[in-house]
Write a protein that binds this ligand. Structure first.
Ligand code: FAD
Ligand code: DHB
Length: 389
């Protein structure tokens, strides 16, 4: 079997790459180890930047997102007994975010690939990468797939990054001493906009998925276990951290899904080796506070599509050679923003009263200075793509 681009992973990165390549007349095969049902149900991100929304619409896979997604023109920072709106419409006119579940994006992309006769294989076992320096091929479940290029879109725990010989990649990382407990609940959102709440007991986030479904996150210790968090404890903690402004009451409901996510920043440089190109979480992850992970995956895939289109069109490797450099600028901006949002809003055990005063002072600055609020807003809605990317 042979294809132009062998793609490992049917997350947002792998599926979008396969779809964008198809629009350019480039063939690909997607190999995914989980079932279709599993990837379509996996609850994760929810905030799509302006550029991500534009990319999906331009690629013809944004129709349901435009219908069902929730456009948001601001977020609230809540601390010290008051809420403060960061107004995208005023600070970064014309740019906003859309709240639409990652698994809905995945569903839309799978449907588009299958409708176009795309080759997406689920429950594929033992994917291995070979001959990355010359004529690469993949093996899986007793089969062999020859490729011109391999795209490693298999997330942080995938097989692509470890297939690069030792010593080639530099790794930059930071672990945070806490995690996020996330829940999806059958209850109408208690707020029209997302609430990022900083309290002495830790961070809480109120997000949503639809007029009838809400999404919440709680800062918990890094070693927290779901067993320690029965429903009543989750709701009580969310109430304590969110019901801090006059007149705000948190509505509660059935918890449909729950999970604990470690908080980590991680970047590998370069994001390529031989004929292997890493995209999305396979190359970098961010703590989720800035809502950047999925959006970075989309940005990588845009750059890689242009580079592959140039390569298969004219044989030029110039853009492919520059792939990693072209991506890493945005990756590091997002790393910084995610670190900044995380330190602004979470409590750190080692913080002394002086550190807490500094954090509150910084929050006051961000919510009262138009320049500082604009910095937050333009990063949150996402920096524009460079022309042609
Ligand atoms: P993944 O989605 O991880 O996809 C990789 C795929 O590869 C998976 O389907 C996996 O099963 C498959 N795979 C792995 N190993 C193999 C193998 N050996 N063989 C074959 N297939 C394999 N980002 C945002 O932008 N906004 C947010 O609001 C946001 N919130 C988040 C909240 C949470 C709780 C979490 C956990 C993440 C959040 N993120 C957010 C991050 C975002 O979900 C990820 O960055 C995004 O999933 C990256 O997409 P990806 O396609 O690169 O990787
Ligand atoms: C969501 C996730 C995030 O990481 C974030 O910063 C905002 C919202 C969400 O899942 O809705």
């Amino acid at each position: 079997m042979r294809t132009q681009v062998g793609i490992i992973g049917a997350g947002p990165a792998g599926l979008l790459l396969s779809h964008l390549l198809h629009l350019r007349g480039i063939s690909s095969v997607v190999l995914e180890k989980r079932s279709r049902d599993y990837v379509e149900r996996r609850v994760r991100a929810g905030v799509l930047e302006q550029g991500t929304v534009d990319t999906l619409v331009e690629a013809g896979v944004g129709e349901r997102m435009l219908r069902e997604g929730l456009p948001h023109h601001g977020i609230e920072l809540r601390y010290g007994g008051a809420g403060h709106r960061i107004a995208f419409d005023k600070l970064v006119p014309g740019r906003s975010i859309t709240v639409y579940g990652q698994q809905e994006v995945v569903k839309d992309l799978i449907a588009a690939r299958l409708a176009a006769g795309g080759d997406v294989r689920f429950e594929v076992e033992d994917v291995e990468l070979h001959a990355l320096e010359s004529q690469p091929y993949l093996t899986f479940g007793g089969e062999r797939l020859d490729c011109d290029v391999i795209a490693g879109c298999d997330g942080f725990h995938g097989v692509s990054r470890p297939a690069v010989p030792e010593g080639v990649l530099s790794v930059f990382e930071r672990d945070y001493p806490f995690a996020w407990l996330g829940i999806l609940a059958r209850v109408a959102p208690s707020s029209e906009e997302l609430i990022y709440a900083r309290t002495e007991r830790g961070f809480a986030l109120h997000s949503m998925r639809s007029p009838a479904v809400s999404r919440f996150y709680l800062q918990v210790p890094a070693d927290a276990r779901l067993d320690d968090w029965p429903d009543e404890r989750i709701w009580e903690e969310l109430r304590t951290r969110l019901e801090t402004v006059p007149g705000f009451t948190l509505a509660t409901g059935e918890i449909m899904e729950r999970g604990i996510t470690p908080m980590r920043g991680f970047v590998t440089e370069p994001m390529q080796y031989g004929r292997l190109y890493l995209a999305g979480d396979a190359a970098h992850i961010v703590p989720p506070t800035g809502a950047k992970g999925l959006n970075l995956a989309v940005a990588d895939v845009r750059v890689l599509t242009e580079a592959l289109a140039a390569y298969f069109g004219s044989g030029s490797t110039e853009l492919l050679d520059g792939y990693s450099d072209a991506c890493l600028k945005r990756v590091w901006r997002a790393q910084h923003f995610s670190w900044w949002m995380t330190t602004l809003l979470h409590t750190f055990e080692e913080d002394d009263p002086y550190a807490r005063k500094l954090q509150l002072s910084y929050l006051d600055y961000v919510t009262s200075s138009e320049a500082a609020a604009t910095t937050l807003a333009e990063n949150y809605v996402g920096l524009p793509f460079e022309p042609g990317r």
